[in-house]
Every structure is written in C-alpha cells, then in structure tokens.
Design a protein around this ligand. Structure first.
Ligand code: PGA
Length: 250
C-alpha cells in the first residue's frame, strides 16, 4: 500500500505579515507548484491564513489552521471554529498538538471533538499524539500513545479525512530526535491501533513524524516504514529549509 506523503509545516505563534514572503519564496523554489506526488501544507498563525491562501493560489500548496474549537460557533471569545478555517480557505487543521494539550489542558475527549467538527466542516484533521520524556522513561510510551490514538480519533475518521502525527514531546523544538528504531516501532504501534479501530477506512491513514525534523535528518526519517511524511515546526519557518525537507520526502 503506498500512501500519498504529506509534509506539513507548523509555524506555531510565529509570523507577521513580513513572513508571507517565505511562502512566496517556497513556491518559487518549487518551480511554481507543489510536487504532484506528495502534499505540501503550511499552517501559519490564523492572522495570516486568508492572506496566505491568496498567496498560494494555483500553486498546489495547501494552507491549514493550528487548532479549532470543538463547537461550530457561539460564545467562545478568542477561539476559531473549523468552519471559519474552511471559510478562510484552509484545507487542514492540526488538533491536539502537545503544546495545546499542555498549555490549554486539552484532553483526548476535547481533541476527538475538535477532529470531529473539523471533519464535518470538510477539513482534514491532523491529530497529534506523543509521550513525554517521563512517560518514555517509565516505559509507558506505547500505552500512552495507544490511549491517545483511541481517545482522540473520532468515529467517521478515515484515511481521506484524518492524518495522525506522532510527536514525542521531548523531541519537539529540542534538537533531539527519536531513533529510527523508536520511530518505526511507534508508527507500527499506531498503525496497529488504527487497524483495530476503524476497519478498512482508517487503517491506511497517513502517520507523520514530528519533532526536530531538519534538512539533515529528514531523508532517513522519511524512509522509515509507516512514516508517511512529517510535521515540521522550526524548520518550516524558512523557505530554504522547508524546501529541502519537502525534497527529501520522495
Ligand atoms: P519542531 O516542532 O520541528 O520545531 O520540533 C514540531 C512540532 O511541534 O510540530
């Protein structure tokens, strides 16, 4: 089974209007359009989303949100709904990033509800899972990640509307990368959980690796079985680095 690869950039809380030139630069490096054999996605801050959707017109580069609320609309000051993201031109939304889980107390139940409204709004949900260093050292990584997958992926999720991202918390923004063996083992574990959950529809969902992916380590990570692309934080902020990572994912 070959799955279409996805290279997704997550700008987090970085990027003013001036950063839009990175997308313009990226599209130029791509020769005007994204490769036809893989998906390229950037998730900028919400303030830049609509502008960057326009910047990316006809390039095949997709844009996405970094989070959405689990309700469709209403009295939730400061939050953004999945429909608003869709309306702004997003094709994807990240849900359950470990920074959201840690900073905003998001539980699996909330993440599942977010993924559900995202899918219902016509977005592809990127559901993030990953263990902390303490959990890994206590030999709980497989149990924790398995529980997160089962708790965070909603009914109705399929390979078409849902992507998993395995991001060990201790590898995010630290320069530490999980070993290739660890990545392979966890991705196989996630694949087995998906198989057990959703029948045919879910078992071939793409599973991205995230956590200090850089141009220098990307090719090796992307060759690992069951790694169907990457979720890239820091190295997606500069067009040159992100382009190198996209190029390594072939
Ligand atoms: P990083 O972040 O690439 O900067 O480690 C990855 C992520 O949090 O998505």
């Amino acid at each position: 089974m070959t799955r279409r690869r996805l290279i997704a950039g997550n700008w987090k809380m970085n990027g003013l209007q001036s950063a839009r030139k990175e997308l313009v630069d990226l599209i130029a490096r791509l020769g005007g359009e994204a490769p036809t054999d893989r998906d390229v996605l950037l998730c900028p801050p919400a303030t830049l989303l609509a502008d960057m959707v326009r910047d990316s017109a006809d390039s095949g580069v997709s844009l996405g949100g970094q989070d959405c609320h689990y309700e469709t609309h209403g009295a939730h000051t400061g939050d953004i709904s999945a429909l608003m993201l869709k309306d702004a031109g997003a094709g994807y939304v990240i849900v359950g990033h470990s920074e959201r889980r840690a900073d905003h107390g998001e539980t699996d139940e909330m993440v599942k509800a977010k993924a559900k409204v995202a899918i219902e709004a016509g977005l592809i949900a990127i559901v993030c899972v990953g263990e902390t260093l303490a959990e890994r050292e206590a030999d709980l990584a497989f149990e924790v990640v398995g529980r997160q997958v089962e708790g965070s992926v909603p009914d109705g999720a399929s390979a078409e509307n849902c992507v998993l991202a395995y991001e060990p918390v201790w590898a995010i923004g630290t320069g530490k990368v999980a070993t290739i063996d660890d990545i392979a083992a966890m991705h196989a574990h996630i694949r087995a959980r998906l198989e057990g959950m959703g029948g045919a529809g879910l078992k071939n969902a793409r599973i991205l690796y995230g956590g200090s992916v850089k141009p220098a380590n990307a090719a090796q990570i992307f060759q690992t079985p069951n790694v169907d692309g990457g979720l890239i934080g820091g190295a997606s902020l500069r067009a040159g680095d992100f382009f190198a990572i996209i190029s390594a994912c072939n």
